[in-house]
Design a protein around this ligand. Structure first.
Ligand code: 6PG
Length: 249
């Protein structure tokens, strides 16, 4: 695991400011590119951002035809299931904006198994990237959104799981989730998530304040493993949090 990237903490006043700031950062990352790639995340923290992207003025600002939308992890359920991360993104914005269908890249959660879905997604990512090996100087994504679970997980990379150390595979199946909802998952691995111009963590639950403090300080309680501490980015790594989540100095 690698965890030596420089991190920047950006603190905003409230949930509305978090969504606005994330939307601005997203647009700044994609607007000048001929073809851009954004890796979305699940959880509740990006909901405000997703709603904003579907509304004016952001809806008119995003160059939909040039942006591809991927997902960093998903639950192994149909997209129509309320637990589906891509389903949430579809409901909150992708389903109602002029994004070409071919620009939306869901995981194949109808495949036989999470491992099969992972292999298919890895193929999709490699085709999009145009190579089978990630070159640190050529980012796969322009922006990767991330969240922080209350056990310190990020994407579907759970504490003490073998997938934390995966260096070869771009995407892996996760048969046993480390916390609710206990459905199998499919997740990008750390090196794949790191292949980005910017990784942007969004955290807005005040009850995660102490956890955010430990993650950023690279501390952990005895026996605690915090995967989010090991997330890194080949580009920028930003933690965007609301004031009530920011660690107290
Ligand atoms: C998932 C997510 C997960 C999420 C965190 C944070 O599928 O569960 O991708 O990694 O980002 O659990 O969730 P909140 O934003 O709800 O705190």
């Amino acid at each position: 695991m690698t965890g030596d990237t420089n991190r920047t903490l950006v603190v905003v006043e409230n949930d509305a400011a978090l969504a606005e700031t994330a939307a601005r950062r997203l647009v700044d990352r994609v607007v000048s590119r001929d073809r851009a790639a954004v890796c979305l995340t699940g959880g509740s923290s990006p909901e405000g951002l997703y709603r904003l992207l579907g509304q004016e003025p952001w809806r008119a600002i995003v160059p939909w035809g040039r942006v591809h939308w991927f997902i960093g992890d998903d639950r192994f359920v149909p997209e129509s299931d309320p637990l589906s991360n891509m389903g949430m993104a579809q409901r909150l914005f992708l389903g109602s904006v002029p994004a070409p269908r071919g620009n939306i890249h869901p995981m194949a959660t109808q495949a036989k198994s999470p491992d099969d879905a992972a292999a298919l997604y890895e193929k999709d990512l490699k085709e999009f990237y145009g190579a089978d090996t990630l070159d640190p100087s050529v980012p796969l994504f322009d922006l990767v959104l991330m969240g922080l679970g209350s056990d310190g997980h990020t994407a579907s990379l759970f504490p003490h799981s073998l997938s934390l150390d995966e260096k070869e595979r771009w995407v892996v199946g996760v048969m046993k989730a480390g916390m609710e909802p206990y459905v199998p998952r499919v997740t990008l691995t750390f090196p794949t998530l790191a292949s980005t111009r910017e990784m942007l963590f969004l955290v807005e639950s005040p009850e995660k304040r102490e956890l955010v403090g430990r993650v950023l300080a690279r501390e952990a309680r005895p026996g605690e493993a915090l995967p989010a501490q090991h997330a890194y980015s080949n580009g920028e790594l930003i933690w965007l949090v609301t004031r009530d989540v920011a660690p107290k100095n």
